[in-house]
Design a protein around this ligand. Structure first.
Ligand code: ARG
Ligand code: ZN
Length: 490
């Protein structure tokens, strides 16, 4: 949803043999198996006026991620999960808008059996039992009648099966829907949302989310946003309804389940605050609650008003080896979070969550900013100043790997490299040194205000920094973000 969506890179030829053209309840015959959806190639021509939606949203580093041809506005996810059998059943109702006339379109989904797919044109007439095709993580749906350009449509996917997380391609670790002893730990960056619901799994398409999650009574289901009413228990099962009323990218969605101890209330400034910890981490509950509230309130004074309706954090007993800034509910995987990492994940609520990247190569706009926020927090606490932390990192030897990886272009096979975090943070400090505290902090607030709930690129950040400072900053960003080697002058 919203503007700033990148153009679809390409369309592919994927034709379905459709036996009938009537609208309404007509079922189409099963798809004839034709060529699997291809990978969008940057060299291909722009999308045709009518045709299949592209199988990728157009991120050249992740060509299969997301989809072209439509823009999701809303996901309603009705999910049931039983930890014992690891069975998930889901009904995903996705409201979208066609960006060109669609003869077919793709969703990203990994695993599961599909029971039924229906599409409606927004009115009451549903085309049920539609033809679909699966190839890898691409699910291609062929409506009986093409969806006109600009039309709002709804697709309903009924599916079930055992969710399987993505297991560590290169250095990403395990992510997506990760079953735990008592439930699930669900952290999806960069592209693990497809392990539990069908969608447009790329940050360039934000949408609103409603979750209706049913679990065995006694377990808690945590999703983004706020609870709508009290959980309802019936026949040994409890249903939780959560709503995220602000635009959210798919990798920030969660349905974390299990036994949790909760502490709820409000921050000093009046933002709803919820901390949840696996019983094994019960000693962290009060600190997590208190620090999350305090830091959220502080960031609102530095970065501008908190963009969402609640804050907090979740500690589960899955040793992910990382934390994730899930919208409104940062998640810590199997460790007691200290204030640095809480400051980091909460800074992401502005940098990454409210302002989202459209290409993974710009990831330093999330991680460099969140890392730099840790340094600002330290400075604010009267501990090391950002300048001291910068100097410590700058003293790394000339052959330190941080100098050979330019953070302004995150590598698809090494997205979360230390350079994207630390050298990305250093780039911001170098900027602060150059333009002074007043312009620098004004820049941070202007950045979050101008692009609230939207999409951002590195070029836009550089342009804004130059405009507000009145300085030519190409050389500075060049040595810090784009060049190999330890910057000597800037
Ligand atoms: N964005 C997270 C953080 O910096 C890191 C996510 C890492 N994801 C992964 N699959 N390893 O806090
Ligand atoms: Zn981060």
């Amino acid at each position: 949803m919203a503007s700033g969506r990148p153009a679809v890179a390409a369309t592919t030829v994927l034709l379905f043999a459709l036996g009938c053209s009537g609208a309404g309840e007509t079922g189409a015959p099963a798809a004839q198996s034709t060529a699997p959806p291809g990978i969008a190639s940057p060299a291909s021509p722009p999308p045709a006026a009518a045709g299949p939606g592209a199988p990728g949203i157009g991120d050249p580093d992740f060509p299969g991620d997301g989809n072209g041809g439509y823009d999701v506005e809303h996901y309603a996810l009705k999910l049931g999960y039983t930890p014992e059998s690891r069975h998930l059943s889901g009904v995903a109702t996705i409201k979208a808008k066609a960006l060109h006339e669609l003869t077919s379109f793709n969703l990203d989904l990994s695993g599961f059996t599909i029971e039924r797919i229906s599409v409606s044109d927004g009115g009451d007439s549903w085309q049920r039992g539609l033809a679909f095709e699966r190839s890898g993580d691409e699910l291609t749906v062929a409506p009986v009648n093409p969806i006109p350009a600009g039309a709002a449509f709804t697709v309903e996917v009924v599916y079930a099966g055992e969710p399987k997380p993505v297991r560590g391609s290169s250095n990403l670790g395990t992510y997506g829907f990760i079953p735990t002893r008592d439930g699930a730990f669900v952290t999806c960056e960069p592209n693990g949302a497809k392990t539990w619901f069908p969608g447009n799994d790329h940050p360039a398409d934000k949408a609103l989310f409603d979750f209706e999650i049913t679990v065995p009574a006694g377990l808690t289901a945590l999703a983004n946003g706020e609870l709508d009413g009290e959980p309802v228990t019936r026949d040994g099962k409890t249903t939780y309804v959560w709503r995220e009323k602000h635009p959210m990218v798919t990798y920030l969605a969660t349905m974390t389940l299990g036994r949790f101890e909760l502490r709820e209330g409000e921050t000093a400034s009046g933002i709803k605050n919820l901390a949840a910890v696996d019983p094994r981490y019960r000693d962290s509950l009060d600190d997590l609650y208190t620090l999350s509230g305090k830091i959220t309130d502080h960031w609102a004074t530095v970065f501008g008003p908190y963009p969402f309706s609640s804050t907090g954090g979740v500690v589960d007993d899955f040793s992910a080896g990382y934390a994730l800034e899930n919208q409104t509910k940062p998640m810590y995987g199997g460790f007691d979070p200290d204030e640095d990492i809480i400051a980091h994940e909460l800074a992401h609520q502005w940098f990454g969550n409210s302002l989202s990247i459209t290409r993974w190569k710009d990831l330093w706009l999330n991680e460099g900013f969140a890392t730099y926020s840790e340094w600002i927090w330290s400075e604010h606490q009267g501990k090391s100043t950002a300048e001291q932390i910068f100097r410590r990192h700058y003293s790394a030897d000339d052959d330190d790997p941080i100098w050979s990886y330019p953070p302004g272009r995150a590598e698809p096979d090494d997205l979360f490299n230390n350079s994207v975090y630390t050298r990305g943070g250093m780039a911001l400090h170098a900027l602060r040194q150059r333009i002074g505290d007043q312009v620098f902090f004004d820049l941070l607030k202007t950045w979050t205000t101008d692009h609230k709930y939207g999409y951002v690129t590195t070029e836009e950040f550089i342009a804004l920094a130059e405009r507000l400072s009145g300085k030519q900053l190409d050389a500075l960003f060049d040595v810090w973000l784009f060049r190999q080697g330890k910057p000597a002058t800037w």
